[in-house]
Design a protein around this ligand. Structure first.
Ligand code: ADP
Length: 474
């Protein structure tokens, strides 16, 4: 059986559908991080990447995308084996990862500063003219720390904009799921990213991760993971005042209004929580349903949940894979058991499967009150809480009653209401008549305790750059 946490010089990558160990890797720790950062810094100072010129770098990133496509099936099989997600989902995330490189490749030749007309007129002196302009310069060394839930996608969401900006990188994948990131780094080299520009370190958060965050030569950390670890990173980054981008937890509310296309809303809300067995920060885990539709929606989602095929993600019929670990399974089950003990009703699922691997049934919970932990805390599992409401004002207040603000959604046919409620919801992403949509061209970031800054879009590249103002007296 695969261990959940270790405190040793090595760690195991394992298949969460079986517990089988796939690979044993070294925890690089502080020494490995020091070496990787030194390489990134030295190669930056030598101009190994930026010296190639913008058009050349754009062509290389485009080639990375092509190589991801050419190796998609191998990458998907590996992602499924190490993470557990169904192959169908792995294929979607890998196609999306290639698109992240294409999108960011397009930006490289369009990164530039501005020229501004200024003049100064000091007292007693003649008018002074200047040529003044800004330059957009990369932060030399960026540390990229990724989670285990969608490993390739998270790695590429950080590598593509960092490289487009011109930063050199040290990337640390989650200790549970290092294998596909290691393969992506090989494909970067194959595409022509020079040696030393992207450096991979493996290991635990407490050893390798924290050494990266502590390092004085790392100017930026881009982190995706839990809110609690994000707070630790903010504190550690204070040492050299690193720039920090954080994509953290969520507890996304989804509202089904009484004018919704109910069948579409039921399907959307079910997939919007059960996808990847609920292990995604953007899942819609709090569903608010107009009281007139409540029983129909709970029944409809319950039927979908009960019919879902759980199993090894590599099997073609599998719709839901395992949770990542025994620790995660115990944690998710604990939320459901506590809710039941507090008077909630489990209307579908609720059980752990009695088989190897870490499988939890898709679960629907009703009779939930806003003071329950299952309503307030991120479960990161296939568990949906459903709550009835009577009017728009009431449901907006309930939806916003969270320390998180990552995403939110609604199902309605009323266009005025859609825009009104989209304004009122406290979240970085709002979906109307859809769920789970993100795109490399659209900024993605959390409000409140769901994060700092954005990934994707032009803002995603800006996050790896700093501005310099240059004044030339004429
Ligand atoms: P989880 O608790 O579900 O494993 P985390 O947010 O702790 O989620 O992990 C996400 C990523 O952050 C992983 O790569 C992990 O190794 C890393 N990590 C964990 N703790 C730290 C830390 N103190 N400093 C830097 N990285 C960390």
């Amino acid at each position: 059986m695969a261990p959940d946490t270790q405190n040793s010089a090595t760690f195991d990558a394992y298949n969460p559908a079986t517990g089988e160990v796939i690979s044993t890797l070294a925890d690089d720790g502080k020494a490995g991080v020091d070496q990787a950062v030194r390489t990134a810094k030295d190669t930056f100072e030598r101009g190994a990447w930026n010296g190639l010129g913008a058009a050349h770098r754009a062509r290389i990133l485009w080639r990375v995308a092509d190589l991801i496509d050419q190796n998609a099936e191998e990458l998907a099989q590996l992602e499924t084996r190490n993470n557990g997600m169904p192959l169908s989902l792995a294929r979607v995330t890998i196609a999306g990862s290639a698109e992240k490189f294409r999108y960011n490749a397009g930006w490289i030749t369009k990164i530039h500063g501005k020229t501004t007309d200024i003049s100064s007129n000091p007292v007693g002196a003649g008018r002074q003219e200047f040529h003044a302009y800004t330059r957009k310069e990369p932060i030399p060394v960026a540390g990229l720390i990724t989670p285990w839930n969608v490993p390739i996608s998270m790695a590429c969401a950080k590598l593509a904009p960092a490289l487009a900006a011109g930063s050199h990188c040290v990337i640390k994948p989650a200790e549970q799921t290092p294998l596909t990131t290691m393969r992506i780094v090989e494909l970067l080299a194959q595409a022509g990213v020079p040696e030393g520009v992207v450096n991979l370190v493996n290991g635990f958060g407490a050893t390798t991760g924290s050494a990266l965050v502590d390092h004085a030569d790392v100017g930026k950390i881009s982190f995706t993971g839990s809110t609690i670890t994000g707070k630790r990173i903010v504190q550690a980054a204070a040492g050299n005042l690193k720039r920090v981008t954080l994509e953290l937890g969520g507890k996304s509310p989804i509202v089904i209004f009484d004018d919704a296309d109910v069948d579409a809303a039921i399907r959307g809300a079910a997939m919007g929580i059960f996808v990847n067995s609920g292990q995604a920060c953007i899942v819609g885990s709090r569903l608010f349903v107009h009281r007139s539709l409540f029983d129909r929606v709970v029944d409809g989602i319950g039927k979908i949940a009960s019919a879902m095929v759980l199993g090894d993600g590599a099997a073609p019929t599998t719709q839901l894979g395992p949770l990542i670990s025994k620790r995660q399974l115990d944690c998710v089950k604990g939320f459901v058991d506590d809710a039941r003990a507090d008077g909630a009703a489990i209307t579908a699922g609720g059980q752990v499967l009695d088989r190897p691997g870490y499988f939890m049934q898709p679960t629907v919970v009703t009779r939930v009150s806003p003071d329950m932990s299952i309503f307030r805390d991120e479960v990161f599992g296939p568990v949906l809480t459903v709550i009835p409401f009577d009017d728009e004002q009431e449901v907006v207040a309930l939806a916003n009653d969270s320390r998180y603000g990552l995403a939110a959604g609604m199902w309605t046919r009323d266009v005025k209401r859609a825009h009104r409620v989209a304004r009122a919801l406290q979240a970085g992403t709002v979906w109307v008549n859809c769920q789970l949509v993100t795109n490399e061209a659209m900024p993605f970031g959390g409000h409140k305790q769901s994060g700092w800054g954005c990934e994707n879009g032009a803002e995603g590249i800006e996050a790896y750059m700093q501005t310099k103002s240059v004044f030339v007296a004429l």
